[in-house]
Design a protein around this ligand. Structure first.
Ligand code: GLA
Length: 779
């Protein structure tokens, strides 16, 4: 898996090969990253050839007319020695210059992966190659770590700087990895957005110059997720060369994609150098976060598959690794801050009757937290709302037969709070400026030990006093004016904040592994691999509109598996968009994640109640496949369709959802494609879902034999107690026929209605279950 042949280093995973070589001057030349090669393939054949002197280049050695660093593909590069692309480092060297020349010093190979002292690391790797580089003049070292995760086709990279000199080293930029790839007409795909429109996928051609994907908000951010793809320009879901990158870090990140004059693409990823300056004392080291890399020549779905497997196997850890996540009900969209024990228990009782397994009490249970203006930082329960305290309330939920979960926002404080009145110095702010607020709150300064101790103490006390098996850990504002009274060098603030956060999470949840942690930051403002090392799932977005969720969960799905995405059914019209969507579609989107409900059950009809109970029963039956099965985005030539599939591990059951984003008139028939199945005969059927009469409005006369006033009391009553069965189809066919796709029944076009017509309209959807003939299910 890791082989060294004199000056050549080679890492193989199941389907990929990565090769680099030490040059005659000791630099590391990148040779190849792509599909698995034969053992016989040699670096001399594979490397970019260099036999001409490139005009206006700076040559590295007087006696060598060819060797110029700017025209090499490199694994790591320096400043001031002729490479004009962006270097992974910017060090202020002991001579006051920024010039460095790091060359090979030594290497070693270790079994497994090597954990870091300060940062979370992927675990369970097969082998790790460490290359030590040393500056030619000063005793400053960079250790480059490469870990191979064979089965998941992932290689991780990171760098550690060691200062062997007698003076402090000023680090102004240190990337975790840098890599040069010859261009293939690459396009860059990133996940960009904002609050309630997180992780939308965008692509752009990689052109000359530098494109930066970064965040400066103190978190990995909802603006630009750290993950990105580089794909050849005609790559598709099932075809083409695709490289994937991600970062095990939750703070300010920075990735460079730079196309040089030689048509080489430099890719570098690391901590954002903006606001960053680290002063590394003599004999100390600085660890950079780990970068995750994968490659496939089989298109986006395959690259995503590698990433999903890697996260489920090597990032998520502890008791919740590969464990089915409970169906939860969260009271936030039902109540916001306005609840009391009576309201909560009524909601919980309904939830239990419908099959919910975990009841989550969101914001508003402590201090004077009756709006977002006060109370953050105070964790004394509001006994007006919960007279029996958290313990008493949790017991009541447990006695109903559900687990209990609680919301916290431990990194924040309101000015109107006892904590702030007592310890204003705990907040992030400058002594000589008035502080800027976000959602009426300030950030607690996790660089201060006292603050970390306070958070650990308060949260732990609550967790130990009541039966709490789930925590939602929120973080509802961006950090600004990074400054800590605990630091002499403010350039260390943002990174030390994240180190403080990881320390706090370790101290609270390390000793309490039974607690399922769901991280949240106004939704998906911190959806990253760093958080996934602590919280097996993340609330993907405050946006619960399923049509928006198709973009959000769809975007995330390029890098993150469904098992990591909190996805809830909420009320329609949606809080975020005013869009009206069928209950079935809300469910059909949420099943591709960790299913929850987030609405006031008191206001749903009896028919909807029955439908929710059916939904939950169905989800429980198939949740392992939804959460841990292989996820595919199925392409459609129609741009008003989104199609997702979850395939069981044994490849004999597939669950496919076909979503119609907007209706078009008299559509041609839709095709159901099911891919990845074992060969054989299958039965495919539509999951039964309900169709409400109110969907037809004034068109009811097409549906009912009698005429009813669409606005009248009778119809309202009927709608509460009666629903139609949405069109159900059932076919028997081979895996081959399913792979090529079978035509589905036609959609409603206003020329009459019967039960064979699919009713989709805007935002309609169906779920299809495909099972091997011998194991047909019921629903
Ligand atoms: C954030 C979260 C929501 C909810 C509220 C509570 O917005 O993303 O899910 O918990 O905070 O204030």
């Amino acid at each position: 898996m890791v082989t060294v042949d004199r000056t050549t280093f080679r890492i193989d995973t199941k389907n990929t090969t990565y090769i680099f070589q030490k040059t005659k001057y000791g630099h590391l030349e990148h040779i190849y990253y792509g599909s698995l090669l034969s053992k016989e393939d040699k670096a001399t054949s594979l490397r970019q050839k260099q036999s001409v002197q490139v005009g206006s280049s700076v040559l590295y050695d007087k006696g060598d007319t060819i060797y110029g660093l700017d025209s090499l593909c490199l694994e790591w590069s320096d400043n001031g020695r002729g490479d004009y692309r962006q270097s992974p480092t910017e060090f202020k060297m002991p001579d006051g210059s920024f010039v460095t020349d790091f060359i090979y010093d030594s290497h070693d190979i270790t079994e497994g992966s090597i954990p870091m002292d300060t940062l979370p690391t992927a675990y369970g790797g097969n082998k790790t190659l460490k290359i030590t580089l040393k500056d030619k003049v000063y005793p400053i070292y960079i250790d480059l770590y490469y870990s191979a995760f064979y089965d998941t086709d992932v290689i991780t990279r990171r760098a550690v700087v060691r200062n062997g000199s007698e003076s402090p080293l000023v680090i102004r930029r240190i990337m975790s990895m840098s890599l040069d790839l010859p261009d293939e007409g690459f396009e860059l795909y990133t996940l960009d957005g904002a609050w309630i429109k997180e992780a939308n996928l965008h692509k752009r051609p990689v052109s000359y110059g530098i494109t930066i994907n970064s965040s400066t908000t103190g978190a990995s951010s909802n603006r630009h997720n750290p993950a990105f793809l580089l794909a050849e320009s005609d790559a598709k879901e099932d075809y083409g060369s695709v490289y994937g990158f991600n970062f095990i870090y939750s703070g300010n990140h920075y990735s460079v994609v730079e196309k040089s004059d030689r048509d080489y693409i430099r890719v570098a990823m690391g901590i954002n150098p903006c606001f960053f300056e680290w002063i590394l004392p003599p004999r100390d080291k600085f660890e950079t976060p780990e970068v995750v890399m994968t490659y496939s020549n089989k298109g986006f779905n395959e690259t995503s598959y590698h990433m999903h497997n890697f996260i489920n196997e090597h990032i998520v850890r502890g008791e919740w690794k590969k464990k089915e996540r409970p169906v939860l009900l969260n009271n936030w969209e039902a109540h916001f801050f306005n609840f009391n024990e009576g309201k909560l228990l009524a909601l919980a009782k309904e939830a239990k009757n419908l099959g919910v397994e975990l009841f989550v009490l969101d914001d508003g249970w402590f201090g004077k937290r009756n709006s977002d203006k006060a109370g953050l930082g105070d964790y004394n329960v509001n006994t007006k709302k919960l007279p029996a305290g958290i313990k008493g309330f949790a017991d009541k939920i447990n006695n109903m037969g559900m687990a209990f979960g609680l919301w916290f926002e431990p990194e924040m404080v309101n000015e109107d709070s006892d904590l702030y009145r007592e310890h204003p110095e705990y907040a992030v702010k400058l002594p000589n400026r008035h502080a800027v607020l976000g959602r009426n709150q300030l950030v607690l300064d996790l660089c201060q030990k006292e603050v970390r101790n306070y958070i650990v103490g308060e949260v732990s006390k609550l967790l130990d006093n009541a039966s709490i098996s789930y925590v939602k850990w929120d973080m509802n504002r961006h950090i600004a004016e990074g400054y800590s009274r605990a630091l002499e060098n403010q350039g260390e603030f943002y990174h030390r904040y994240i180190l403080g956060l990881y320390e706090v999470l370790n101290r609270i949840f390390g000793p309490r592994p039974h607690i399922l942690l769901e991280s949240c930051s106004s939704g998906g403002n911190r959806f990253d691999l760093g958080m996934l090392c602590y919280s097996p799932q993340i609330w993907a977005s405050d946006d619960t509109d399923p049509i928006e969720r198709l973009k959000i969960q769809g975007g995330l799905s390029y890098f993150y598996p469904p098992s990591t995405m909190g996805a809830h059914v909420s009320q329609s019209p949606h809080q975020q968009t005013l869009r009206e969507t069928p209950l079935s579609t809300r469910f059909n989107v949420s099943v591709f994640g960790c299913l929850g409900y987030e609405l006031d059950l008191k206001y749903i009809t009896r028919e909807e109640r029955k439908e929710i109970a059916e939904q939950i029963a169905f989800y429980k039956k198939y949740r392992r496949i939804f959460q841990y099965g292989r996820f595919y985005r199925i392409p459609s030539y129609k741009d008003n369709k989104v199609i997702w599939e979850a395939l069981s591990e044994d490849k004999e059951t597939a669950l496919t959802a076909l979503f119609q984003t907007l209706a078009t008139a008299a559509e041609s028939s839709d095709k159901l494609r099911v891919i990845g199945l074992n060969k054989g005969g299958y039965k495919v059927r539509t999951r039964v879902q309900r169709l409400y009469l109110k969907r037809f409005g004034g068109l009811l006369k097409h549906v009912l034999p009698i005429e009813l006033n669409p606005e009248g009391a009778i119809l309202r009553m009927v709608n509460r107690h009666y629903s139609l069965r949405d069109s159900v189809e059932s076919y028997h066919c081979s895996s081959e026929a399913l792979e090529s796709g079978i035509p589905l029944r036609e959609q409603f076009i206003g020329t009459g209605y019967d039960k064979n017509i699919r009713i989709l309209g805007d935002f309609g959807s169906n779920l299809y279950i495909t099972e091997k003939k011998s194991q047909e299910g019921e629903n």
